[in-house]
Every structure is written in structure tokens, then in C-alpha cells.
Ligand binder design. Structure first.
Ligand code: ZN
Length: 177
């Protein structure tokens, strides 16, 4: 550690203590070149991502919580846990790479909704109805309607290259029975 006063690399630690919050070690060092003292802090690199909830409360990001929510939404749908876990890996990496240590909870909800929207319409609506806390039934109906419209638009444009639906056949229609 280079001395901030004279640039000397050699120093001795004269005091070492844990910070009040326990997240860092504070070291008092004395330069062997100029005898002046300076302080260094050591802390763990993996910074915990905190989720900021609507009422401003913070809690650590919990992969398990998101997983449970997705699992509930995907119940009895044709989505394997592998797909969900792979998505959670992706999500965690996104959060870390964002460089933010505080992320609003609605942002996580929206990310998951976008993902589920691409996977399964029913799972999406289930998840969205919990996350968006629809104020009244009209909100819910309009969400459902826009989902159905998008679904229809997708079917309409999919004639040329709808490989995704070929494998599964008409499972969406059959599922209702
Ligand atoms: Zn020095």
C-alpha cells in the first residue's frame, strides 16, 4: 500500500479494528519512509444488493423469494424448474452488473413479468396480478385484454416462422379441458 504522502510502499500496521457496522476492517498504518500515518479500509467485495420496497423498507435480495413467486405462478404450467433457475442466474448477474446496491422491488417484479410473458401467458397473468396489485377488476381486465391482444398479434404474424408453437401443438387450447 503506497503512502499517500511520500509514495513509499513499506509501512507497518499500528492499529486494526472492525468498523461499527462490522462490514469493514479499519487499519491505521505508519509509513516507514516519512513516519506519517494513514488509514485503510478493507471490506468484502461482493456487495449485497438491497431491495427497496414500496414503503421504503430495505431487505437483501432473495433469490429464494423470487423463485417461490415464479414457482407459484408457473404451477401446473409447462415450465421446468431448470428454466426458472437459469433465469434466476441471469437475473442475479444483471443485478450485480448493474452496479447498483439498491434496487426498487417493482423493477424486479417487472423483469420477472417480462420473462414470464415470453414463457407462458397464464403464468404471466398470475404473477402480474400479485405484483401489480391491481387496484380494481378493471385494471385486471385491461391487463388481460392487452395480453390476449398481444397473443393474437403473435399468432397472426407467426405463419412463416412459428417453430415455437409447432412442437407443442395446440396445447393452449387443449389445456382448458
Ligand atoms: Zn510516507
Amino acid at each position: 500500500m503506497k503512502c499517500p504522502f511520500c509514495g513509499e510502499f513499506n509501512n507497518k500496521v499500528v492499529d486494526s479494528r472492525l468498523s461499527k457496522d462490522g462490514l469493514a476492517i479499519r487499519r491505521r498504518r505508519e509509513c516507514l519512509g516519512c513516519d506519517r500515518r494513514f488509514t485503510t479500509y478493507e471490506q468484502a467485495e461482493a456487495m449485497e444488493v438491497m431491495i427497496v420496497k414500496k414503503d421504503e423498507r430495505r431487505e437483501p435480495f432473495s433469490r429464494e423469494k423470487v423463485r417461490a413467486g415464479m414457482q407459484r405462478a408457473c404451477e401446473k404450467r409447462n415450465i421446468s424448474m431448470n428454466v426458472i433457475d437459469a433465469y434466476l442466474d441471469e437475473l442475479e448477474q444483471d443485478l450485480r452488473e448493474s452496479g447498483q446496491n439498491e434496487i426498487p422491488s417493482h423493477l424486479i417484479g417487472e423483469k420477472v413479468m417480462t420473462k414470464l410473458h415470453g414463457l407462458d401467458g397464464v403464468a404471466y397473468v398470475r404473477f402480474a396480478s400479485v405484483y401489480r396489485e391491481f387496484k380494481d377488476v378493471n385494471d385486471f381486465v385491461s391487463e388481460l385484454k392487452s395480453l390476449l391482444d398481444r397473443e393474437e398479434a403473435r399468432k397472426g404474424e407467426g405463419n412463416g416462422r412459428s417453430q415455437r408453437t409447432e412442437g407443442g401443438g395446440q396445447r393452449a387450447e387443449d389445456g382448458a379441458s
